[in-house]
Design a protein around this ligand. Structure first.
Ligand code: NAP
Length: 319
């Protein structure tokens, strides 16, 4: 089968499409014939070997063998199931998240049947379904599970035009919040079309120095700091960054001190979240924003586009 692999950390052209054997199916496994996958900001950081402390997991000098084929999101058809698998059957159309095993940038990916995998919403194409996993479930994790957003609250989404951001705007509206979206000038119409009540163009002003006060500030792209953003929080407000080692320290500090809180976390096990997301996708309440689609042979160009830091929603790779 074809697989996009990187044997060194570095810029997009460390990725090469090579031939590899199809992974053998073991008891409890599902082999998926990949139809579509995505290139996310998170795996571009993995490709660069960043952050440096992450190399404890990624590999110190070069990527660990099992992490050389990236690909966190997948949609495809179940090709084969191992012994004892009752959840899925060959022919099922599925979508899901490979997590720490990555590997979806290939013709086939093998996952445990217990992985973050679900039947694909029938109204979605494979391209849309591949792009409806990580951003959507991460936004759900932060807004519903961490911040417990309630009707009537005011939520600010920074990075509202990105993968997590486009879902965060829609989910915050679903939970009954008033939403202020922060994005660049070319994405104002997009975030309004997703339901944002107010829009701040970050090239015209920094939300942390504005007059707006929010119950929740969700910085999906971690471009702000808690130090600056806390004055934008109402008493008892919550600041949600998606990355940053220093934010873990703030989370601990604000837990001990009380008052305005920093809440951090990693949305890893997405299995329970997928049926919730599927229902919203099927009903049309949640829209998938696909920026560009590349064939697997052009995956280096997809990495380049994501590395530029200005993708709109999601970048999909068709396999
Ligand atoms: N904690 C977790 O569980 C978890 C899970 C998944 C991902 N993550 C992390 O979350 C982060 C975001 O991922 P993502 O895929 O949603 O990002 P993304 O799609 O790559 O974000 C791109 C968007 O960011 C916007 N942007 C760039 N600079 C900005 C600024 N200064 N202010 C506001 N918006 C700006 C861009 O808009 P313009 O073009 O207008 O600039 C673009 O639309 C990544 O660091 C990833 O590693 C964390």
């Amino acid at each position: 089968m074809r697989a996009a692999v990187h044997t060194n950390f570095g810029p997009p052209d460390v990725v090469q499409v090579v031939e590899k054997p199809v992974p053998p199916v073991r008891p409890g496994d599902v082999l998926i014939k990949v139809h579509a996958t995505t290139v996310t900001s998170a795996e571009c950081a993995m490709r660069r070997g960043e952050p440096l402390w992450g190399r404890v997991i990624l590999g110190l000098r070069r990527p660990r063998t099992r992490l050389r084929t990236l690909g966190l999101e997948v949609s495809g058809t179940v090709d084969e199931v191992g012994a004892d698998v009752t959840e899925f059957s060959p022919g099922d159309e599925v979508f899901g998240f490979t997590g720490f095993s990555v590997g979806a940038h290939a013709d086939y990916v093998r996952l445990p049947a217990t992985a973050s995998l679900s039947l694909k919403p029938s109204s979605l194409t494979f391209v849309e379904a591949a792009a409806a996993v990580d951003g959507a479930t991460t936004a759900l994790f932060f807004l519903r599970d961490k911040a417990k957003v309630r009707p009537g609250q005011h939520v600010l989404i920074n990075g509202a035009s990105g993968s997590i951001g486009t879902y965060a705007v829609q989910l915050a509206k679903h939970f009954g919040a008033t939403v202020t979206a922060v994005c660049g000038p070319s994405n104002v119409d997009l975030v309004r079309s997703l339901g944002a009540d107010h829009v701040i163009d970050y090239t015209c002003g920094d939300f942390t120095s504005g007059v707006g006060r929010y119950d929740v500030v969700f910085d999906t792209v971690t471009k702000s700091s808690f130090r600056a953003a806390r004055r934008s929080l109402r008493p008892g407000g919550k600041y949600l960054p998606t990355t940053g080692l220093v934010n873990n320290l703030w989370a601990l500090w604000t837990l001990l001190r009380g008052g305005k809180r920093v809440l951090v976390g990693m949305s890893v096990n997405k299995r329970a979240a997928l049926p919730f997301i599927s229902a919203l996708l099927e009903s049309g309440e949640l829209r998938v924003i696909v920026d560009r689609t590349y064939p697997l042979a052009e995956i280096v160009a997809a990495h380049r586009h994501v590395d530029a830091g200005h993708k709109r929603g999601n970048v999909v790779v068709t396999v």
